[in-house]
Write a protein that binds this ligand. Structure first.
Ligand code: C2E
Ligand code: CA
Ligand code: CA
Length: 278
């Protein structure tokens, strides 16, 4: 047993070491990719659950790595947050998404765009001016832009966040809470934050068509949103039964692979013209 233990140590130590080096390498490469503007923005449709109409899109960053293929955001967003790279990265995504959305809004008036805002960006005092200037440069009407924030910002002690979200809200944009109900937040303080939209997370959507118990959490968010006068978007819809059941429960808008995966801008443009309402 002892020898086995030693072998295990000998086996794991080098791999942990190379894991760390790989992470440092990746952070370095990410810096280069941000500087060279190699990152892409993909768009995933928001759909009206009553009739399937395209009503908007969420901008999702993509990193086409020269040898590794597309690196998933779940791997490099945390690295970007640790290193501070999330600021230039996030602003590049915002800029691209707003210019793109302004073009699409000309084809389809009222089409909305959602952009993810990392907690680090909300802490950055420059974020307000940046969003304002990006909107002005792009010509996108502010009410068509939604900023998706994480639930952890809605904490009891989050005075900076509360102040900043108020400033952003004053620009005329909408604020959505991503993955609502999966993190720590203070429900009693939901009133104190200028939130417009709650996003029902995929894990709550997964069981929505499988009976009262498995749909309880999605229903709780829909009830809460109705009571507070908030809009709702359900994400991670993969099956038609889920879309149907969410609509039946009163959820107006959905997003998920059932409707479309995130796609490159030209492909989203094609969806938009193909599905143009009469
Ligand atoms: P998120 O904001 O919750 O975005 C939704 C994620 O769920 C996306 O993953 C999307 O591709 C995926 N998704 C959508 N529909 C379905 C579905 O039906 N089934 C399944 N299995 N997945 C679905 P993605 O693009 O890999 O992004 C992962 C996370 O990375 C995002 O989660 C977000 O937290 C972060 N992220 C992505 N782009 C940005 C960005 O520009 N800025 C920041 N700060 N974070 C970003
Ligand atoms: Ca999001
Ligand atoms: Ca989400």
């Amino acid at each position: 047993a002892k020898r086995q233990g030693r072998n295990r140590y000998a086996y794991f130590a080098p791999s942990m070491h190379s894991g760390l080096l790989e992470k440092l390498d990746l952070a370095d490469e990410l810096r280069g990719a941000v500087e060279r503007q190699d990152l892409l923005v993909y768009y995933q449709p928001f759909v009206d659950l009553s009739d399937g109409t395209l009503v908007g899109a969420e901008a999702l960053v993509r990193w086409p790595h020269p040898t590794k293929g597309f690196v998933p955001p779940d791997r490099f967003i945390p690295l970007a947050e640790e290193s501070g790279l999330i600021l230039p990265l996030g602003y590049a995504v915002l800029d691209t998404a707003c210019r793109q959305a302004a073009e699409w809004a000309a084809l389809r008036p009222g089409l909305k765009i959602s952009v993810n805002l990392s907690p680090r960006q909300v802490q950055d005092p420059a974020v307000v001016l940046y969003v304002q200037q990006t909107l002005a440069r792009s010509g996108l009407p502010p009410h068509l832009l939604t900023l998706e924030i994480t639930e952890s910002l809605l904490r009891e002690d989050a005075e900076v966040a509360q102040h900043r979200l108020g400033e952003l809200k004053a620009l005329g944009v909408q604020l959505a809470v991503d993955d609502f109900g999966t993190g720590y937040s203070s429900l009693s303080r939901l009133h104190d934050f200028p939130i417009d939209i709650l996003k029902i997370p995929k894990p709550f959507v997964d069981g929505v068509a499988e009976g009262a118990e498995r749909s309880a959490l999605a229903r709780a968010i829909l009830d809460l949103a109705a009571a507070l006068g908030l809009e709702v978007v359900a994400e991670g819809i993969e099956h038609p039964e889920q879309a149907h059941e969410l609509h039946r429960l009163g959820c107006p808008v959905g997003q998920g692979f059932h409707f479309s995966r995130p796609v490159a801008a030209p492909d989203f443009g094609a969806l938009l013209t193909a599905a143009a309402p009469a």
